[in-house]
Design a protein around this ligand. Structure first.
Ligand code: HEC
Ligand code: HEC
Length: 305
């Protein structure tokens, strides 16, 4: 009996993408979505909506099957579609999967929010929904995350919030040390990464264009980024950093230069955008304000004065 129950549970949560694409036009749309999440900044349907050199796959990592979003750490997309509609504290509304994905364009992708039900928006939702094939519906009243991420994300964010609140300039220096030893080989000492191989973490290119996520992204928040980094980095060695090292390396990473966030600039003009499902219509963040959110003074942490 017990064995059967365990098996039934395991059978409900897949660990990889389905073997087959859906038939017909739906299958084609899922493949378009897969192409977009792999090539977000260059795909014809999304390139004009992206303001950096990232792709969705930069943070929604590939698993053993090579599919974007099947990696086992925090930010897996397996089971995500089954938890929507879901409550979002940030938007103060119940969100659809398209809402959730499209908002990433304004923040993680430093660009503009796609219009709901346009081809790009539908295609991304179709791909992410395909990854939940066979997972029972289970709408989330706590946050816009899959069951898997709900188990890992909020509790680790809380853990890192408590650790990082106590940070001083010493933690910034310790973070730089971790970065030099464990991150710079791929992401570069200047944070610019290597085009086509390793994504950028901060800064601008030679033409003055921003390279990575802006200060409104989940990744720009110290506690959230530490939870993600500990779970997923260094690549293929997720779970190897101690709590203090993950906390410190993120203090270093998120103290570098990145685009300021102004929600109004991420929304298309009203006549184009259609309905925006949020009651929060003004939101601004900077590198400094993201430190202040944890009660930390940016200058003291970065410069020791
Ligand atoms: C800079 C990193 C980054 C990039 C790039 C990024 N995301 Fe995310 N995304 C996150 C983080 C961090 C979370 C929150 C962690 C979580 O929910 O597990 C998240 C959560 C999500 C979720 C909810 C997943 C869940 O079940 O919890 C969806 C859907 C999503 N992102 C879609 C997208 C799409 C679509 C793109 C590309 C257009 C994208 N993201 C690009 C970092 C990123
Ligand atoms: C072996 C190379 C490698 C190492 C070492 C490494 N990363 Fe990454 N990192 C990657 C790759 C590759 C991705 C994106 C995955 C993809 O595109 O498939 C990534 C993605 C990221 C992202 C999200 C995308 C972005 O550009 O913002 C962050 C943040 C990040 N890494 C931080 C770190 C930190 C902090 C360390 C050190 C603790 C680290 N990485 C070590 C290869 C590496």
């Amino acid at each position: 009996m017990l064995l059967l129950a365990t098996f039934a549970c395991a059978a409900q949560m897949p660990t990889s993408a389905p073997k087959e694409y859906p038939a017909g036009e739906l299958g084609k749309l899922v493949k378009t979505g897969e192409d977009i999440v792999n090539n977000t900044d260059t795909h014809p349907l999304t390139k004009d909506l992206v303001g950096n050199k990232l792709q969705c796959k930069s943070c929604h990592l590939k698993g053993a099957d090579g599919k974007v979003g099947t990696g086992e750490g925090i930010s897996s997309w397996i089971g995500t579609a089954a938890t929507f509609p879901a409550w979002s504290k940030r938007e103060k509304t119940v969100q659809s999967l398209q809402d959730r994905s499209n908002n990433c364009f304004m923040r993680s992708m430093n660009g503009k929010r796609p219009i709901i039900d346009t081809k790009a928006s539908m295609a991304i939702a179709a791909y992410i929904t395909w990854l939940s094939t066979g997972v029972p519906m289970n709408m989330n009243a706590i946050g816009p995350w899959s069951e898997h991420n709900t188990k890992l994300y909020p509790k680790n964010v809380k853990k890192f919030n408590a650790i990082q609140k106590k940070a001083t300039h010493k933690n910034y220096l310790a973070g730089k040390d971790v970065y030099t030893k464990k991150c710079a080989s791929c992401h570069g000492m200047n944070g610019a990464g290597i085009p086509g191989a390793f994504p950028p973490l901060w800064g601008k290119d030679a033409n003055g264009n921003w390279l990575s996520y802006n200060t409104g992204a989940g990744m720009s928040k110290l506690d959230k980024a530490a939870a993600w980094v500990q779970s997923n980095m260094p690549l293929a060695q997720g779970g190897s950093l101690s709590d203090q090292d993950a906390a410190d390396v993120v203090i270093y990473m998120n103290a570098q230069e990145r685009a300021p966030f102004d929600l109004k600039k991420g929304l298309l003009p009203k006549e184009e955008m259609g309905y925006y499902n949020s009651i929060v219509l003004e939101e601004k963040h900077t590198v400094q304000s993201n430190f202040k959110a944890l009660g930390l003074d940016f200058n003291t942490i970065k410069n020791g004065k």
